[in-house]
Ligand binder design. Structure first.
Ligand SMILES: Cc1cc2nc3c(=O)[nH]c(=O)nc-3n(C[C@H](O)[C@H](O)[C@H](O)COP(=O)(O)OP(=O)(O)OC[C@H]3O[C@@H](n4cnc5c(N)ncnc54)[C@H](O)[C@@H]3O)c2cc1C
Length: 345
């Protein structure tokens, strides 16, 4: 089949949307994507380009440069302080039309998940969301050097392998924590400042401040060394709230299954699993967590897993290093009391 939107000129190079989080730091997931993008670009023999749109974008150049892109294209302007869906999609689309990248990767954040589908629709191309694997592969019918995108399907019970053979760019979003970030000192980076002038306001919407993220963990769950996670077995928000104290005593963070998030015991920033975060702490303790695949697929890289559950045969118990068969809320209180006593003595 003929490529749907590949007309004449070749599409080359890999682009990564290097998102700036809360107008103060480079998103960890963007650095992870740049690291993976570097490996893919090396495999293809093409260039890797990171794109930054931010207020004071120059501040972020050194850190991004250390992760090895061949090119950084950036625009710096007060109008780019927050992700604005009236500005960034147009700006990004213009660059894609001009430079014709072959692959464009986005973090699976609120901004990335807004931007990527808008661009995919504009260019009539495909988008694979929440990928857990990216590689370069050949296909007997579709040709060579295609982006192979893997993501969970059927509620996490299968892995779908997706290719986008007939349109460009090939596009994917990837959740934070899927890849590891790594610095590269062997790449010389070209820095390109984009000329940008903010479009005048249409008067309909004025962005005064970014929405506050509810219940955001102090350390992103993806980087937490200790995670205490609560599930339905904790029974109530009152019991769930006690996890924060335990997490603080252990120097860790509080996570959750989907049930506490749906019950509004905590914000979705804390959800671990297929539709939440992928974590790899040294210690994961699940309180009243059954261990359905949609949750456990995202904790398998934990070094030590502990399950506290009245059911000794729960799926989480079966994959745990330590199992405590007890009431989750009662054990949580006992642990807090014990740790406090130990700290005092
Ligand atoms: C498409 C899709 C995506 C999903 N994405 C996610 C995701 O990203 N993350 C996620 O977590 N889930 C996700 N889910 C939901 C997932 O399938 C499970 O429903 C969910 O993880 C179960 O949460 P839970 O373990 O808290 O609750 P349950 O499965 O209801 O388990 C509660 C556990 O608590 C134990 N228990 C009960 N009382 C006590 C007590 N007093 N003391 C101790 N233990 C007790 C029970 O024995 C049980 O094992 C998704 C589902 C679908 C279909």
């Amino acid at each position: 089949m003929k490529d749907a939107n590949i007309t004449g000129g070749e599409h080359r190079d890999i682009w990564v949307f290097a998102e700036i989080q809360d107008h103060e730091r480079v998103l960890e997931g963007a650095l992870e994507l740049i690291t993976r993008g570097r490996e893919l670009a090396d495999a293809l023999g093409e260039r890797l380009c990171a794109l930054i749109f931010a207020l004071n974008a120059e501040e972020y150049l050194p850190l991004i440069e250390r992760h090895g892109p061949d090119i950084i294209m950036y625009a710096s302007d007060p109008a780019l302080k927050h992700y604005d869906d009236r500005i960034i999609p147009d700006l990004f689309a213009g660059l894609i039309a001009e430079h014709r990248p072959s692959i464009v990767l986005f973090p699976s954040t609120e901004a990335g998940s807004d931007l990527a589908p808008r661009l995919a629709a504009r260019f009539g191309t495909g988008l694979t969301a929440h990928c857990t694997g990216l590689s370069i592969a050949d296909h007997p019918e579709y040709g060579k050097n295609l982006l192979l995108m893997e993501r969970p399907a059927y509620g996490g019970n299968a892995i779908a392998a997706v290719m986008c053979p007939h349109a460009r760019p090939q596009m994917a979003t990837v959740r934070q924590g899927v890849f590891e970030k790594r610095e590269r000192t062997d790449v010389k980076t070209e820095i390109v400042k984009l000329s940008f002038s903010a479009p005048g306001s249409d008067g309909r919407i004025e962005s005064l401040q970014a929405p506050l993220r509810r219940d955001r963990p102090a350390v992103p769950l993806e980087q937490a060394r200790v995670i205490v996670a609560g599930g339905r077995g904790l029974g109530s928000k009152k019991n769930f709230d006690r996890l924060y104290e335990l997490a603080s005593l252990l120097g860790g963070e509080t996570g959750a299954t989907r049930v506490p998030v749906f019950n509004r015991w905590c914000g979705e920033e804390r959800m671990i699993g297929q539709t939440g975060r992928t974590v790899r702490p040294r210690l994961y303790i699940g309180f009243g967590v059954s261990g359905q695949i949609q949750h456990t697929a995202s904790i398998v890289e934990s070094e030590i897993i502990v399950s506290i559950n009245t059911d000794p045969e729960s799926p989480l118990a079966e994959m745990s290093d330590y199992v405590v068969t007890d009431d989750a809320a009662a054990l949580l209180e006992a642990l807090i009391a014990r740790l406090k006593t130990e700290k005092q003595s």
